[in-house]
Design a protein around this ligand. Sequence first.
Ligand code: ZN
Length: 408
Amino acid sequence: MTARPRTECGDDRIRPRPLHPAPRPGESLTSWLSRTCEVYSLTNPAHLLTGFDIAARDLDRYTAEPILTALAGRGAVPVERLRLMTLAGWTPWLLDSTDPVGCDFDTYVHQFSILLPADLSMEDRRRRTPTDDAWLPWVSAMGNRACPTCIDSLESSADITVRLLQQTSVLSSCLDHRCRLEPCSVLPGHAIFWDQVRFGSDERVPPVPVPAAVTEMDRRTTAALTTGWVDLRPGRVHAAVWFRLLRTVVDEVSTPLCRTGRWATRLVAIWRVAGYSRPPRTARVPFEGLRGDEQAKVLGAAAAAVTMIENGEIDAGGAHASLLCPRPYEPVDPGTAPTRSYYPAPERDAWAEVHAAAEAAIAAARVDPTSARSLYNFLRWGCRTARELDETVQLFVDHGIPLQHPPT
Ligand SMILES: [Zn+2]
């Protein structure tokens, strides 16, 4: 049951609202709806959507087209822009579908093998397969996350928003400030409450810097969603390849050492460079089911693994490691330059060509009446006297051209 907005009357389903805050870059749909509610002193986004029951819906995951159309008509924001404020706008790049039925775990996570041979730990992989039917890649049940420095730099609380990508577990840092995203609760356009700060306290959250490898990984992830492709060392790959490749590496660095044979030394090196101990739960819980701090460590290890493979610091045993490995130097045979001494260009002799043409014309005239007539007319064209004409006839006799052919 939805209530009508207190500030309007009549057919409010089609009348544009006079005040509608523009969506901020990367803002989620519910964040924008909440900020719009602030403008109209409404307490529930459902009041903006009279006639639609949205109470039990996760609008940031998927919003039906009729709702998007209604919002576009009232808020002067195109449907396409609104759709990109939901996870459904990022299918099939980030995920195959926002419906778990359309997202197969094994297909998404294991279609590539990067760090480890695909058949090395098949049994171990099954331990991390989700047991419920609600799994979606990079989608975790967690609260909001935000960059403390970004929030501190806002001019007013009205600018507080929720960025959709920061709420997924594929991202762990702020690209602008190269610091960790911190857990919080956000009231868009109103207030933010940090988990690590006592409620009601004015204490600020200090930004925690992240390694360069994590920043680079998050930069590629952001580029994938904004440009549709990612530049890797061997070349450019589609955004969908990047997200699946990255999820594969996340699963591989989560594999217990005892399951990785001789490749265990690479995993040890990766976690040492990342600066973390592998959280024990990573061995049996899918990445999306881990806590936020556990996910940050796994992403740090994945970032370290990608960087180490790309720099040639470790070798990778997966079938698709070439997606990250720098392309080896392959000298190209310059070939043999052509030399004129072997193929001398003949000098052109114009008179020889005239002589050859005359010989060909005479040979043709001997057997072909038409050719003989053409040759006779050509030679007669230069004759000025009867004697010169007789000499032409004699020329035909001397060269064996039948006399009956030339016209008289
Ligand atoms: Zn920031």
